[in-house]
Design a protein. Structure first.
Length: 175
């Protein structure tokens, strides 16, 4: 086992087994991530997608309109630790949401990122990209207008329904 050290000190242990997160009471060795709390309805989220393996909801600090996070229900920290079938499923959902983003905002590209430094729960970013600045999280919105975000989520849900994905789209933005 190697300890990874940075300028701020120990960043974490790197072993064959990365830390796992799961449902459990606060203060226990196992705690839910913020994304699990959103998926479970303990924290608010503007949902655009929900199926048995993942959920998609708008980012609270979007890189652009319709910036959606696609998050597995299973709490896996690093995408390379996820089952390949899950990664394929998440990528397929991202592709479907990207087609909706493209249809609504008509950007020259739709961005797709896996970063994962903010929350230790695998999540994929889908967002409209007009240029490379769209990929820089320093350019993310620091705050959002709730009514505008509600409208954006509804546009995505409507477009996804019209594309034949109504069985995976929440009717009100909640699961």
């Amino acid at each position: 086992m190697a300890i990874v050290r940075g300028m701020a000190g120990t960043l974490g242990e790197r072993t064959g087994d990365r830390p796992r997160y799961g449902r459990g009471p606060v203060g226990s060795a196992v705690m839910s991530t913020v994304f699990t709390k959103i998926i479970d309805g303990e924290l608010p989220g503007r949902f655009v997608w929900s199926d048995e393996r993942c959920a998609g909801f708008l980012s609270i600090n979007p890189l652009g309109p319709g910036h959606t996070l696609v998050v597995p229900r299973e709490e896996v920290d690093h995408w390379v630790d996820a089952d390949p079938d899950l990664v394929a499923h998440l990528t397929g959902v991202c592709h479907t949401i990207a087609k909706a983003v493209e249809a609504i905002w008509q950007p020259p590209r739709v961005g797709f990122l896996v970063a994962g430094f903010e929350v230790p729960h695998l999540h994929l970013h889908v967002f409209p990209a007009w240029d490379m600045r769209a990929f820089d999280f320093a350019n993310a919105a620091k705050s959002v207008d709730d009514a505008e975000q509600d409208g954006i989520a509804e546009r995505l849900r409507t477009t996804l329904r019209e594309a034949g994905h109504g069985d995976r789209v929440a009717t009100s933005g909640k699961l």
